[in-house]
Structures are given as structure tokens and as C-alpha cells.
Design a protein around this ligand. Sequence first.
Ligand SMILES: C[S@@+](CC[C@H](N)C(=O)[O-])C[C@H]1O[C@@H](n2cnc3c(N)ncnc32)[C@H](O)[C@@H]1O
Length: 304
Amino acid sequence: MRKTNITDIKVKAVRNLSNPDFLEYHKNNDAFGDEWTEKFLEYVNIPLRKSIRINTLKISPDDFFKNFPYEHTQILWCENAYFIDEQKIGLKIEHAVGLCYAQEASAMLAAEALDIANNDVVLDLCAAPGSKTTQVAIKNFSGTIVANELNLKRAQALIANVSRLGIMNCIITNYDACKFPDLFKFDRVLLDAPCSSLGTSRKNKEILKTWGYKFSLAVSKVQKKMILDAFSHLKKGGILVYSTCTTPTEENEDVIKFLINNRSDAEVEKIDLKVNCEKNEYGIRVYPWHNDTETAFVSKIRKK
Ligand SMILES: C[S@@+](CC[C@H](N)C(=O)[O-])C[C@H]1O[C@@H](n2cnc3c(N)ncnc32)[C@H](O)[C@@H]1O
């Protein structure tokens, strides 16, 4: 009789956590398949490395690690960002006083893809709790960022994070992203869209249990509405970055296709970051096995 090895047990355990909708959708979709699904479920059980960005408004990376000597490895696609050996960094004093910001490494890609130039005026349409807002604000310290969030409770977390990091170039607003006032055109727009979040399964296994295809389809409709509006706030020549932390094509490539079909002045640009990923004509996909992170989809679109 064939012995069951530990990997088999792990995969079975996670498969039980999962649900038939997840398995059926991913196994039967050409973009994924059996092997992809097994691999994705295997990684759900592998603990996630902790990562931080150093807040260079307050301290240099050298001084930070002199004072707080964590073992660290540079994250190649984001300046001043590191994997560190402390899982509870969010509870430490250096985090509380804003010397660093704990952020999952694949979530750092979207703000990098914006290709911020000094003095840019940036709109972050779905901004709370502020990971990407603070990343952009620190990078673009001589420019301005408008960070918008619909959910008031989450907007409070955004305000707290912006204030903890000592960021002074950020304006916080509270609009529905589909109804953001058309008073000004921006150099850069970030749409880190609400999504079905399957790509956060290493941190939160529950998401695998609750995900449903119908939910993804419903979210996709909202995302399509949001991306059209987001694009309308861009200056000519400006860049829109669309990102999610989920896998279904309906919430990723299909949203970009929808924009291109509706706006002849929208053009997808290549994303050139030092990250292992899958590339397609609409953007990049990062899976846990590429860089030992969570999952991300990022697309960069120029307004012609
Ligand atoms: C993926 S999260 C954003 C994460 C954030 N960009 C970060 O890096 O910290 C999506 C956010 O969009 C917000 N949201 C959902 N619907 C919205 C809408 N219609 N307008 C503006 N924000 C919305 C959610 O409350 C949530 O905070």
C-alpha cells in the first residue's frame, strides 16, 4: 500500500478547508488547471514571511537596523523594503512610532508600478487602511496624494496610519470611488479595487472556505464601473494602475479588457519590476511560489 506522505496530508487538510466552488472554478479554467490549484493549496499552509517598509521620512534603513537588529533581506521590487524575521513587528514600539510599516511584499507592487515622478499629484481611490497611500506619499514626498475611502471606519485607520508615519502631503476624502468629483486631473491614479481576496489565503485561510464564483462575478461588475471612472480622472499621458489580491480572471484581465473596449485612449504598458511573475497582455500575476509571497494582479495603463 502507498504510504501517505506529509505533503499529501497537508494538501488534503487544506483541500478540506476549501470549497467545491473554488476547486471547480480553478481546475476547469484554462488560466489555472489541476496543477496550479494543487500548488496554490499547498502554499496556503506555508507560513508567510513578514515584511516592512522603512519610513525614510523618519529614519534611514541603516539607522533602523542599527537600532533594531532584525535579520533582514531586501525586497527587490521595492526600495527601502525588507523581509524580516519578526512576525509581531506590528506590535513593536518602532512600528507604533512610525519608523516602519508592516506590509505584505506582493502588495508593494502596485505602488511601484505607478512609476511616480517627483511632484506628481496622485489619486488613490480605494485607500484604506493606507498601505499603498503611505508607500506613495513617502516616495513622492514633494508631490501630493489624495487618498479616498468610502468606508468611514476604514477611513479612520487610514487617517491613523498617515498620521503615525508623519506624512504631510496627503489629503483624505470620503467618496464612493464611482462618484469621485471631477474637479481635477491627476498624473497618477491607483485603483486597488475591492476584490474577492483569494490571494490573501496564506494569511487568512477562511477566505478559501467562503469564496464563491457568484461573488466574484458581482464584484467584477463593480470593478468595471470603478475602472471607467478611475480612468476619467487621469491627465493625458498619465498612468492608471489597477490591482487586486485575487485570482479570478473576471476580476483582473476582464476588467482591463472592459476598459480598453470602452476607452480608445487606454493603452496597457509593460510593468518592469524586479519580481518573478507571469506576464500577459493585460498585466502581471504574482503567485506564492514565484517569490514566496501572497498573490497579486497588477496592470498599468497609460492615457494616450
Ligand atoms: C483592497 S482594499 C484597499 C487596500 C488599500 N489600497 C491599501 O493598500 O491599504 C479596498 C478598499 O476599497 C474600499 N471600497 C469599497 N468600495 C468602495 C467604493 N465604492 N469607493 C471607495 N472605496 C471603496 C474598501 O472599504 C476597502 O478599504
